[in-house]
Design a protein around this ligand. Structure first.
Ligand code: UDP
Ligand code: MG
Length: 309
């Protein structure tokens, strides 16, 4: 019998955990040719999530957990889950039921039939989400797909079913700054995305703020594109050439039409501000990459477990 490991990152989800488990067990009834194994990764929750998970362990011998020593973020939780999962296939799911369990049989079938190595999911709308967030989200996907060789599917969720080969490939990438949407696309293999209508979370509230999403997208760009560095290089060259031409023109004018120089103080200030601004911006962009290198060279562990059971 094949085994499916279900990896579930959990951060302050005490209400959602039992609802989630019931929903998956219902789906399991129609997939009785599989053993299900659960890996709940408690990402440093401060509510009663841990006791909710331990409660499930009393109901089923297939429930396991890794408890982090603090909040390491969803990406670290995903990594820990993939590391511990022992199944032939691994499904990654959010606990808030925004990843419809009804899709699971179709996704699992796609991978188990060996037609695909990974079947993911993609929401085709973002009902219930603040419009500003949708706007910036779409902007992010447009931008990163222009400047990165790795193609990201707009609306793709972390909800996916993978075979062993894909899981091992993802685990072999041990980078610290993990942007798993990018990593999954980057490892290749035969991938398919199933579209579905957005579902709002069943309980609790999202732990992503606008700023945490913005930070996350900058990390994604830094991890998967070097184009920003090229762009500032080009900006530097263009402004250098422009200044040479300007200097020549001024020199020529002084030679040909003596005493023609005018005040020009405001325009000078504007030019200085403009150049200073571009320089600081460029420094900031370079800084993001340096910071990424700095973190990567420390070889810190991606997560620290307090307890595994
Ligand atoms: N999550 C996590 N660590 C975090 C934040 C979130 O493990 O630091 C988990 C969370 O419990 C949920 C999943 O990641 O299972 C998705 O989080 P959320 O629903 O807040 O994100 P959204 O669906 O709004 O993108
Ligand atoms: Mg959610």
């Amino acid at each position: 019998m094949s085994k499916l490991s279900i990896v579930v990152p959990v951060f302050n989800e005490e209400e959602a955990i039992p609802i989630f488990f019931q929903a998956i067990e219902r789906v399991h009834q129609n997939l009785s040719e599989y053993d299900f194994e659960y890996w709940f990764i408690d990402d440093g929750s401060t509510d009663q999530s841990m006791s909710a998970i331990k409660q499930l362990q009393t109901q089923s011998e297939w429930v396991h957990y890794v408890q982090f020593s603090r909040n390491f973020g969803k990406e670290a939780a995903i990594y820990a889950g993939l590391e511990h999962a022992s199944g032939d296939y691994v499904a990654l799911m959010d606990v808030d039921l925004q990843d419809p369990p009804e899709l699971l049989p179709e996704m699992l079938d796609g991978v188990a039939s060996d037609e695909w190595d990974m079947v993911g999911s993609r929401r085709i709308n973002r009902v219930g989400e603040p419009p500003v967030r949708t706007f910036f989200s779409n902007l992010f996907y447009k931008l990163i797909n222009k400047i990165s060789a790795t193609h990201l599917v707009n609306g793709a969720r972390d909800y996916r079913v993978m075979n062993r080969q894909v899981v091992n490939a993802i685990l072999s990438d041990g980078e610290y700054n993990r942007f798993s949407k990018g990593i999954v696309a980057w490892v290749g293999f035969r991938q398919k995305y199933i579209p579905f209508e957005n579902v709002e979370r069943v309980a609790g509230k999202t732990s992503w703020s606008f700023w945490s999403l913005l930070k996350y997208s900058v990390e994604g760009i830094v991890a998967f594109s070097q184009v920003p560095l090229t762009v500032i290089g080009i900006l530097g060259v263009v402004s250098f050439i422009t200044s040479i031409i300007g200097a020549l023109l001024i020199f020529l004018r002084a030679l040909l039409v003596p005493h023609s120089a005018v005040g020009g103080w405001p325009s000078l200030v504007v030019i200085i501000l403009f150049m200073g601004g571009i320089q600081l911006l460029s420094l900031g962009i370079v800084g993001r990459y340096v910071a990424a290198i700095y973190l990567e060279t420390k070889h810190r562990p991606i997560y620290i477990a307090r307890e595994v059971k």
